[in-house]
Design a protein around this ligand. Structure first.
Ligand code: SPV
Ligand code: MG
Length: 294
């Protein structure tokens, strides 16, 4: 497994590069391992999917310690660096700096913090998304950077202005202020079904700092458009969770109906695959080195 330091600098390089990188959502160690095995260079520890998998709504019902626990299990399992969704920082500048420092220490290589009030609501739910005041949010960014002085630590500042129905110029003003305050990168979020407002923002932003996007709703846009726009990072934000919901639903319905597991056996991972993912072989080898056989 890679050292924390190597993971941190790998994430920093990927985020700062104008060559496009794809980040895959993970919400536990097994989804992190599967994403890594597929080849992804960044994992997105999603607030939506981590809270959902714990039975909480994406409205700050889970606490930052829940996030820290899950991120630690993920980070211990993989060599792939993790960008952690820390919502709006769990409160004011003080809550933000304390929680982010711990989450970084427990395995995150970077965090993404959004400019909303606490408690936040998922960006695709309802129309109540009050934004933080610009200066106050800059204070959260500065406090985090001051508290986590590590030069490889990545801070992505996420702009919710378009989600909250504000103008593009409001979004651009915020992006400038957040970079000035010390953010390394800007995530511009949208819930439109096409990428027009994202591409327009990106053109006006003109690469002042690397851009991160989350095309959950505008998934039809060809990736070439983002390459041309020099988007740094694309996050597939919730797809492992949604895939597991579909797969488990289908399986449960079939087994319940059939009252047997015969027709399910060839549709699910073998136990050997489970043992391979968790590297049981290593334990066997270690036993031959370390276990007293007398
Ligand atoms: C998440 O995955 O938790 C995100 C992205 O923050 S979104 O659900 O689009 O807000
Ligand atoms: Mg989130």
């Amino acid at each position: 497994l890679k050292s924390k330091k190597d993971k941190d600098s790998q994430l920093k390089k990927a985020i700062l590069s104008s060559e496009i990188t794809f980040a895959m959502e993970a919400h536990d160690a097994i989804s992190a391992l599967i994403s890594q095995r597929a080849g992804f260079e960044i994992l997105w520890a999603s607030g939506l999917t981590i809270s959902t998998s714990l039975g909480y709504r994406d409205a700050n019902e889970a606490t930052w310690l829940h996030t820290a626990e899950v991120v630690e299990r993920m980070a211990d399992a993989v060599s792939t660096p993790i960008l952690v969704d820390v919502d709006s920082g769990y409160g004011n500048f003080n809550n933000a700096r304390i929680s982010v420092k711990k989450i970084f220490e427990r395995g995150a290589s970077g965090v993404c913090i959004e400019d909303k009030e606490f408690p936040k609501m998922n960006s695709f739910v309802g129309n109540k998304h009050p934004l933080a005041e610009i200066n106050e949010f800059c204070g959260r960014i500065k406090a985090i950077k001051d508290h986590v002085p590590n030069s490889d630590f990545v801070l992505v500042a996420r702009i919710e202005a378009l989600i909250a129905g504000h103008s593009e110029s409001e979004a651009l003003d915020r992006a400038h202020a957040y970079i000035e305050a010390g953010a390394d990168s800007i995530l511009i979020h949208s819930r439109k079904s096409n990428a027009d407002e994202i591409l327009s923002f990106s053109e006006k932003w003109d690469n002042k700092a690397p851009l991160v996007i989350v095309p959950t709703k505008y998934y039809n846009t060809p990736i070439e458009k983002y390459r041309d726009a020099k988007i740094s990072t694309v996050i597939w934000a919730n797809h492992n969770l949604r895939a597991s919901i579909s797969a488990m639903t289908e399986l449960c319905n079939r087994i319940y109906r059939d009252e047997n597991i015969i027709s399910s056996e060839d549709k699910i991972a073998t136990l050997n695959e489970v043992f391979e993912l968790l590297n049981y072989k290593e334990l066997e080898l270690s036993e031959s080195s370390f276990l007293d056989k007398n």
